[in-house]
Design a protein around this ligand. Structure first.
Ligand code: SF4
Ligand code: SF4
Length: 193
């Protein structure tokens, strides 16, 4: 079953299948997405600048050409389970960081199995809505990130990975978000205007 948690660009998609993921206990978190420029700006805009600086200093987030790579670790969560390479933030009961500190993809991505899952063979009424939300968010975030990548490339000093650079990304994210408010209107929670 699919459940949508509508919140504009912060919208999350949940599936009951993820708790028994056919890919194994770490599910998609064996291949964490990068935090791209837009994700970094989103995290800063949600009061996460200090957290980003801490995580970069700790080596959990690694600067790369497109943003920040999430460190992968090889570990087992139970004594009898095999070691597995996965995202540094994945723990025994799933993701250990709040949605405000994840890549947007971590919040809105669902695989085809999750969209198709329903034991009684009926169509899940939330599935079509989930697919539409997924496609819209993928398109909007993709466009924002291309725009931000150009803006980063045009900075003479490049990405400096300090507080000022992160604040700039946060402000750019908020500007893009404001400009797309109408486009994301269908992802606004009912009753919240
Ligand atoms: S989205 Fe699919 S692959 Fe990812 S955890 Fe859920 S069921 Fe597993
Ligand atoms: S940040 Fe959380 S949801 Fe995203 S890949 Fe890592 S453990 Fe999974």
């Amino acid at each position: 079953m699919i459940r949508l948690e509508l919140s504009g660009e912060h919208t999350r998609l949940h599936s009951t299948l993820c708790a028994q993921c056919p890919q194994g206990p770490a599910g998609c978190c064996v291949s964490p997405p990068e935090l791209d420029w837009t994700d970094i700006g989103r995290i800063v805009s949600l009061d996460g600048r200090g957290w980003l600086l801490e995580q970069i200093a700790a080596g959990n987030l690694l600067p790369v050409s497109r943003g920040l790579e999430l460190r992968r670790v090889r570990k087992r969560e139970e004594r009898t389970a095999p070691r597995q390479s996965k995202c540094v933030y994945h723990g025994a009961r799933g993701c250990t960081v709040p949605a405000e500190r994840r890549a947007a993809t971590c919040n809105y991505f669902l695989c085809e199995d999750a969209f198709a899952e329903r034991a009684d063979g009926q169509t899940d009424p939330a599935s079509a809505e989930g697919r539409r939300a997924h496609a819209l968010l993928r398109d909007v975030y993709g466009r924002w990130d291309r725009e931000l990548a150009e803006a980063v490339a045009s900075r003479p000093e490049g990405p400096t990975w300090d507080a000022a650079f992160l604040d700039w990304l946060g402000a750019e994210f908020e500007r893009l978000s404001r400009a797309s408010r109408d486009e994301l209107g269908e992802l606004t929670a009912r009753g919240s205007g």
